[in-house]
Design a protein. Sequence first.
Length: 431
Amino acid sequence: MDSEVILGTLKKSGYKITDSPSGADIAIVNTCSFIEDAKKESIEAILDLIELKGRKKLKGIIVAGCLPQRYGKELSAELEEVDGFIGVDAANRLPSLIKSLALGRKSDIILREPRYLYNDRSPRLSLTPKHYAYVKISEGCSHRCSFCIIPAIRGPHRSRTAGSVLKESRCLIAKGVREINIIGQDTSIYGKDIYGRYSLAPLLRKLSRLEGANWIRLLYGHPDHITNELISAISEEAHICKYLDIPIQHISGKILKAMGRPATGAHIRDLISRIRKRIPGVALRTSLIVGFPGEGEREFGELKDFVKEARFERLGAFKYSAEEGTAAARMEGQVPEKAKASRWNEIMSIQQRISEKINRSIIGRELDVLIDEPDPSDKGVFLGRSYMDAPEIDGTVFVRGTGIKAGDMVKVRVIDGYEYDLVAEKLQRRQ
């Protein structure tokens, strides 16, 4: 989303966009610093560009986003070859920065308190296929999880108006978007700051009723804010995917407390039970952190038992990363990297078996599948997703058939299931 706004801002200002540094005068790196691996990847990309600049293949380098927001002054001192640094709130300053670089000014640092919130009037150049898009309904986070640096980088939670979200969504649908993925650092608390109440459910109902809407998918819902009203909206509205992404992080009361997560294990179990009861066929996705400080064999055993019990349709696990500036990084009981890796493997092995059983149980069912692209390695096969699969993070439905193209919504019958993916054949009748 941030990259799309950056590109839209530059295009509106008359700049030509290229996806290869070799064809550019100035290269822009939009960075992430949420976890250590993301920081390393960002730094590697910057160093690659510095090498190109040293070989006279580039005239300038600008580093944008989370990394300079967090380490702007340090980066400026260490990376003298970089010509400008902007934080998460300064996309609109990029054109003037590029002009100043053209005039010979170097090493500008443009940082300010994160308060920016894009809206339906913000320029945006889509980086996704034409048939799906992301709509960010809020920015920032007001939670204080002990492992997370996002509030310090992105600022407090702030919601867009419902009118702005609806206008943007109408425009996307008019351009051929069939799936709108609702995102934010915490989507489930949407509206509390500007309307005085949880307002995600009424927003989703309005989105679902937009003319031409096919799928509305909700991502990143904090378990503390999943209300009965929201569950009802997902259950009752035909165009809202029966899919909920609820990052619970852990189930042990001891670890949840150390993480600064208000939800208890009992609350999480009750929430899952209510969702499954009221939304038949729902696909639940979650994310977990293994190896958090203080996680011993007992706490990890609780987590393993819970994963077996909950049987999430979709699950991602992460090895705890001690982020500089977080409370968790200073905690005692840091878990060795070898133990983190072992626990990650155990959790993912358990989930693989669960996922395969769930997918095998779907064989014979008819599903609607949104086609993303032809399979580049198998003619006559197309890669798509069911309502159970968010783009880029979940599994694939391999669809066999003819007369299919990207962006089509096709009716299929599932003929095989694997650990993460399904195989299906297109039915002759069209949806």
